[in-house]
Design a protein around this ligand. Structure first.
Ligand code: MG
Ligand code: MG
Length: 279
């Protein structure tokens, strides 16, 4: 193991099975929330739904009490020009808004972490395109991961996909650089970092038992962000709207297994020509 692999947690197949259980709780919670998003609903109501569902599934919400100041909720709810880490509360969703929901759960000490962006009613065409590009970038990143490859193969694939797509109003997409994906396992955030940009072929080797959360955060404008006074919410400096999609995945000798996707990623991986490594 080289210096750059230091701190990387290698899971046994049994531990990966536990992560799959956590991932399924996260995936099901996000599907529940996707259906609950509509005009008139508050982000706090979505949080309450998520917390109930996670707890009644026998899991623990990993975000609640996380870090300093302690995150006060079970999901992050980031609306429009908020990119990530939005605190749920009294904000009422309106038609045309877009909400990024990030969710984490723990089963028997093992973590799952995923995020989706959902439109409220009909969203503007450029926002819909931003969502499509960001979600596709996530899958292209996962699809670039191979046993024996390197972590930044994922980073490069995410960036390359975003850069290959035409911006709907003629500008260029912003890819956040200050916030990145990460290793995950017995803690939510572990080494290595998984940036959403950069050259391939660098970083720790992709080996069996490694689990990563890949999470492109993309805006319609600048990638520059600012921390809001609540000390958590990350917003864009130029007010441009953003999207955030995330999955936790691992590699088995058979292929990729997306632990937070309800079908393990089988359908999307097949579309991208990637063997499915789950069961
Ligand atoms: Mg997350
Ligand atoms: Mg994450």
């Amino acid at each position: 193991m080289s210096f750059r692999d230091r701190g990387v947690e290698i899971k046994t197949p049994e531990q990966i099975e536990k992560m799959r259980l956590a991932g399924l709780v996260v995936g099901r919670t996000l599907e529940l929330l996707r259906d609950a998003v509509k005009a008139g609903v508050t982000t706090g109501e979505l949080d309450a739904l998520a917390e109930d569902h996670i707890l009644s599934s026998g899991a623990v919400p990993s975000f609640k009490g996380y870090s300093h100041p302690p995150f006060p909720a079970s999901i992050c709810a980031s609306v429009n020009d908020e990119v990530v880490h939005g605190i749920p509360g009294d904000r009422v969703l309106e038609d045309g808004d877009v909400i990024s929901i990030d969710c984490g759960a723990i089963v028997d000490g093992w973590h799952g972490d995923a995020a989706i962006t959902v439109g409220v009613g009909e969203v503007a065409a450029d926002v819909a395109e931003l969502m499509r590009v960001t979600e596709e970038a996530l899958w292209h990143g996962i699809a670039a991961a191979r046993l024996g490859g390197r972590v930044t193969d994922i980073s490069h694939a995410v960036e390359s996909y975003v850069r290959s797509q035409e911006h709907p109003t003629g500008g260029s997409f912003g890819i956040l650089e200050e916030y990145v994906g990460h290793g995950i396992g017995s803690a939510m955030h572990q080494p290595p970092n998984v940036p959403n940009y950069g050259r391939p072929g660098r970083g720790p080797k992709l080996v069996r038992g490694l689990a990563l959360a890949v999470e492109p955060m993309v805006t319609l404008g600048s990638s520059e962000t600012t921390l809001l006074p609540d000390e958590w919410t990350v917003g864009t400096v130029d007010g441009s709207w953003s999207a955030h999609y995330e999955h936790t995945f691992t590699l088995t000798p058979d292929g990729a297994w997306v632990l937070t996707a309800l079908d393990g990623g089988e359908r999307r991986l097949a579309e991208l020509g990637v063997p499915f490594g789950g069961h």
